[in-house]
Design a protein around this ligand. Structure first.
Ligand SMILES: Cc1cc2nc3c(=O)[nH]c(=O)nc-3n(C[C@H](O)[C@H](O)[C@H](O)COP(=O)(O)OP(=O)(O)OC[C@H]3O[C@@H](n4cnc5c(N)ncnc54)[C@H](O)[C@@H]3O)c2cc1C
Ligand code: SF4
Ligand code: SF4
Length: 372
């Protein structure tokens, strides 16, 4: 993996519209800030190699290297990445009151991890109006206060950097795939800093096909609804093709075709639908709005899920074969689209010469995904 500095980060990611505002470059220094969903560089900085560049999920991410470091094996084109099981899941009885997105598995697992001492704090994503706001919480009320999906790209990882800087440890993070990629990069201590301490002890990944740009979504929705009335939003799985807004006493549906223009360009180059670097990953389940799909990936994830099932915090059932097949197809298609597009736009490079890349992937994997 090639590591450069803030100027390359600005030129290659922010100026090219690839930034997905994940917050991995924020709170490392005074220069990068996220304001209302957009990450900007406030002052010039001449550092030749910086953590901002090394942590960014849109610069020179070497999938082979990262996979070797995380899974001790090369990255391949498998749709769901490394895992040891997929089930359907939902929260058990007795949780704190409050709305969740689907089955509530993410909030239930986060709350259970906190109760069991597997984590001491959780970095989650709340919202103020339509602006996603990272939040560190240390109790179940805080966890359920952050429940539900904010379909905007969120600077969640700025709060992980703050935790690291302030000596807060044993943090659980709920992360989209790009955020989980940045976390995996961070946790490898890519600049070999002697003062490095990993503040993260658990990553619960979310599935994600794309997110929306907060700066574009706000005016788009303001021209159609009173945004202060939005209580909940949803993008149900296919074939629905709508963005649903719950306004309390009224539900509005906006065709997805109308909001696709609000997706950041960086999402179109994202090969990961299921948060492949997380300990467990959670998404919706087609045809079962009160359940989730749950992928277990690591030993830690397995221990969390097994104990949570035993304690009744979550309920799991066998995943229907048809759902699993749809999930694999959707995840593989996302990889194919991203790799084809990166190659087309000259953002896929495996050598140390040439253009700086958005990501690097073994040519045999690229061939398998693109057919050439
Ligand atoms: C941008 C985005 C796109 C998604 N796309 C898909 C998809 O294509 N297919 C699919 O199956 N599922 C997708 N999901 C996941 C899905 O919406 C649910 O989050 C997931 O099924 C968990 O449901 P739950 O009931 O367990 O969540 P809850 O228990 O309600 O918990 C939701 C959690 O998500 C976190 N969160 C909310 N918004 C964000 C955000 N923007 N960034 C980071 N964390 C956030 C909250 O902190 C909370 O911990 C997407 C989620 C997001 C945020
Ligand atoms: S994608 Fe994340 S790390 Fe990269 S420039 Fe944007 S906010 Fe920073
Ligand atoms: S599509 Fe990829 S880059 Fe975009 S928000 Fe989702 S995980 Fe991040």
């Amino acid at each position: 993996m090639r590591i450069f500095g803030p100027n390359e980060l600005k030129a290659d990611v922010q100026d090219k519209g690839l930034c997905v505002g994940c917050g991995a470059c924020v709170n490392l220094c005074p220069y990068f800030k996220n304001h209302q969903g957009k990450t900007v560089m406030l002052f010039p900085c001449t550092l030749e190699k910086g953590r901002c560049h090394a942590y960014c999920p849109k610069t020179e991410v070497d999938y082979t290297e990262l996979s070797q470091a995380r899974w001790k094996r090369p990255y391949d084109a498998s749709p769901l990445g490394t895992h040891d099981g997929v089930v359907m899941a939902r929260a058990g009885e007795g949780r704190v009151e409050g709305r969740v997105q689907a089955g509530g598995t993410v909030s239930a697992l986060t709350a259970f991890a906190l109760r069991e001492g597997m984590i001491e704090e959780a970095v989650l994503t709340n919202r103020e109006g339509l602006v996603p706001v990272p939040q560190m919480v240390g109790d179940e009320t805080g966890i359920y206060g952050c429940a539900t999906s904010k379909y905007t790209a969120a600077p969640t990882l700025s709060e992980v950097n703050r935790a690291a800087r302030e000596g807060i440890r044993n943090v659980g993070v709920v992360a989209t795939p790009c955020q989980a990629t940045a976390l995996a990069l961070m946790r490898e201590n890519p600049l070999d800093r002697e003062d490095f301490v990993d503040p993260v002890s658990l990553v619960i990944g979310l599935f994600c096909t794309w997110a929306l740009d907060t700066r574009k979504l706000i005016p788009f929705l303001e021209s159609r609804v009173d945004v202060s009335r939005i209580q909940w939003m949803d993008i149900p799985p296919p074939p629905a093709e709508v963005f649903v807004l719950d306004l309390g006493n009224e539900e509005i549906q906006i065709p997805l075709d109308e909001i696709r223009a609000l997706v950041p360009r960086g999402c179109l180059l994202c090969p990961d639908m299921t948060s492949e670097w997380a300990d467990v990953s959670v998404g919706v389940l087609e045809g079962e709005p009160e359940w989730n799909t749950l992928i277990v990936r690591t030993e830690k994830g397995r221990a969390l899920v097994d104990k949570a099932v035993e304690a009744g915090s979550i309920v799991v059932k066998e995943m229907p074969a048809a759902n699993l097949e749809h999930l694999r197809t959707a995840a593989l298609n996302k990889k194919k689209r991203a790799v084809a597009r990166a190659r087309e736009e000259n953002l896929l490079n495996n050598t140390d010469e040439g253009e700086r890349a958005a990501f690097r992937m073994d040519p045999s994997v690229v061939e398998e995904l693109t057919g050439s």
